[in-house]
Design a binder for this molecule. Structure first.
Ligand code: NDP
Length: 240
């Protein structure tokens, strides 16, 4: 129970890695605010976690969402120790087939929303002299492969932003880090599968959401002068 007395905001908590992370952080003692759009899913997870959980249904692609999330967190939790920017979507396609209508939502959720939340929460954490921001990247951030230019490019940009945020907050008491998951079975491959493509999790034995959640918890449990700033979790059969 190393996170007893701490509070955590987890985005994308209605499914996959976010839901598993919320469970893990709550098991470690943290009070958790679960954020995503699907209220019914958030309610089910909150019931499962118990008194340590509260929910906020929010579309993070809206420009005002990050401030609304911060306001709700301060009001409900009192203080903010941990922010996990996990919500994200995956759209992959070759240049011939990429649906350009998907471009702005992808940028809004996978990059802009994370930057907005990181900056707003960082200011509060810096003022209180402590905090932990975890941004969920992907091993795809450092992979150059056909079809992944937009998704991987945004994750690469997110990694640069996260590293610079860590540097800007050095010595403030605020830890910043990124966790880069490998192929993990979640709903994120639903769009691919709906389009008749095989999901990436069908090619190798994939990771489970809790494999990533344990890495996030490890990052949040650092103490003293340690900051576990970058964690990559590959599936054992991942071969790139
Ligand atoms: P899931 O599809 O299972 O979950 C995505 C979560 O993001 C859901 O809770 C969804 O909730 C939320 N979300 C999506 N859009 C919005 C939005 N506009 N506003 C608020 N919440 C939103 O995906 P994963 O758990 O796999 O993905 C989590 C993170 O892990 C992502 O950042 C992804 O890029 C990263 N990742 C995943 C990998 C994998 O193999 N699964 C590999 C590498 C990285 P709701 O629909 O209710 O809003």
């Amino acid at each position: 129970m190393t996170l007893t007395g701490k509070t955590a905001v987890i985005t994308g908590a209605s499914a996959g890695i976010g839901a598993a992370t919320a469970q893990r952080l709550a098991q470690s003692g943290a009070q958790v605010l679960l954020v995503a759009r699907r209220q019914d899913r958030l309610d089910a997870l909150a019931r499962d976690i118990g008194a340590k959980a509260t929910t906020l249904a929010l579309d993070l692609s809206a420009p005002e969402a990050a401030q609304a999330m911060l306001d709700a967190a301060v009001e409900r939790l009192g203080r903010i120790d941990i922010l996990v920017n996990n919500a994200g979507i995956l759209r992959t396609s070759h240049v011939d087939a990429f649906d350009l209508a998907e471009l702005e939502p992808l940028i809004a959720i996978n990059y802009t929303a994370v930057v907005r939340a990181s900056m707003l929460f960082a200011r509060v954490m810096k003022a209180q002299g402590s905090g932990q921001i975890v941004n969920i990247s992907s091993i795809g951030a450092s992979l150059t492969a056909a079809g992944t230019g937009v998704y991987g490019g945004l994750k690469a940009a997110l990694e640069r932003f996260t590293d610079v945020l860590r540097i800007e907050l050095a010595g403030s008491g605020v830890r910043v880090g990124l966790v880069a998951p490998g192929t993990t079975t979640t709903e994120i491959f639903g769009d691919m599968k709906a389009k008749g493509q095989p999901g990436w999790d069908e090619f190798i034995p994939p990771l489970a959401p809790d494999d990533i959640a344990r890495a996030v918890a490890f990052m949040c449990e650092q103490s003293g002068n340690a900051n576990a700033a970058r964690i990559h979790i590959y599936a054992t059969a991942e071969s790139f």
